[in-house]
Design a protein around this ligand. Sequence first.
Ligand code: GLU
Length: 596
Amino acid sequence: MTLRLLLLTSALIVAGCGTAADTSPDTVQAQTAVSQGMVTAANPYAVEAGADILRAGGSAVDAAVAVQAVLGLVEPQSSGLGGGAFMVLHDPKTDKTWTYDGRETAPAAATSALFLDESGQPLRYFDGIASGRSTGVPGAVAMLGMAHADYGKLDWSETFNPAIALAEDGFVVSPRMADLVARMGRFVLPRDDNARAYFFVDGDPERPIPAGFKRDNPAYADTLRAIAADPRALLTGPIAQAIIDKTREAPLPGTLTLDDMANYQPIKKPALCSTYRNHRLCSAPPPSSGGVGVQAILGMLEPFDMARVGPGVEGWHYFIEASQLAYADRDRYVGDPAFVTVPIDTMLDKGYLAGRSGLIKPMAALANYPAGNLGVAGTDATAEVPGTSHFTIVDADGLIVSMTTTVEAPFGSQRMVRGFMLNNELTDFSFRPTDDAGNPIANRVQPGKRPRSSMAPHIVFGPNGDFAFATGSPGGNAILAYTAKSIVGMIDWNLSAQDAINLPNVIARNGTVRMEARDLPEEDTDEVQRAGPAQEFGMQSDIIEGLESMGHDIVRSRGEISGLHIIHRLPDGTLDGGADPRREGIVIRVDNADAP
Ligand code: GLU
């Protein structure tokens, strides 16, 4: 039996039935309380750790710290201590929904030439990634520290125990981690001494660690112990210095300083919320473009009867057109609001969205998809690649956490320090500061700025204000499309969490449409099986052909590696969850009775 099956079996065993509804005044008022907890994330070890914390009486935030600490160990290609994150949290006691922004920050000495060569031309994209310049001040851990100070029930230090034990005893390397080590191992990853020793058998770059390999990481355990003693241990003292030293190495050394690290502050702010039909959607505001982008797609879909047309040619046509138009706005106008004015109110204004939606023709693709006229901003030139992880947690008190977390590219900047990878988040800035017409690009590099993100963790409330579901995904700029698909699937098409996740992924941006396709040309078959389950979940050929006949420029995709992890509150108050089969995750439900 594989590790995944083993863990899945144990997950099913622990799944329990709900207890009678809690009738204490707080929970009745909030209307979000459930008698169960649930954790869903991209790796079974991480989900088990989160569930153990819930069983020990921890809150959803306590569980989030444990999940993140384990993900940084068992899924280092996606997120970790050296990265950043956005958490959206709903507090049932106050009925308030917050965002914790743990986005990385550019050094004070960063200039608009950060990713330009000596002649002022943009660096080759991967050269920018695999450099000392791409690392921003890591924010995920400090952000979790802030959320824990607000909502932790267990001691901060206790939440690290599962990850410390796993780092010391060793974990079984998953197929996805092994695949990415092998793929990235062909490029720059083995050039870093620490990464070579860790990810390759006997440090031999020809021998990437295979799936099933038992890997321990004592350096990671030591780092976690330091963080367990002080949530800001990464930002001051010897670990901060080690991070800085690593970014100062060639090629393309960066400029991070101890001041940059010590000055870092996570930001707590109200979530960005808007309505879709009779639901309320809440996500992270800028510098992420994810919340505004997803909500703009849905806002443009509102005039169409998506429930009636269903997931057929007409429904996907509207989804494609709304995506194209929303991406055009998001590409142009979103940057760090501490540095640029983001016309967020207009971008989500119902009248504005109705106007954009009015451009959509019933049965024909538009010839082009210009951004709306919301003021001068340069045409975006930001590249984005997929890495990242999303997890969702609800505890028995009804506290809800939806968190997307990232080191940006697979294995971040390809440099390892003290058992964890450094992020390359600063390549989420536009390499070019201005467009061809000389207009400054909203997402250009500036000192102390946070790069634009696509991360879109969402919490969705139903008609009575009750918690309905929480969703989110990794996937670079495709995050907007993956997340919007899941929301349409659940609200309009009345699907279960798992069925909404399984819908084909459709990414419509810049005039083309990437679409998971069930039938691919013969020669692509091997590739399909390596890249993902597109054959199982892909769009049927007749729908693709129908869309092509409307003029859509469709690229049949071998698999889009979304990582949607959804928790859904059913009408009886019990929880149902879904984990994306395109990754390695599971769902565990924790009966409240398990808590002491
Ligand atoms: N770095 C990207 C962002 O913040 C996420 C990359 C990914 O999802 O893989 O939007």
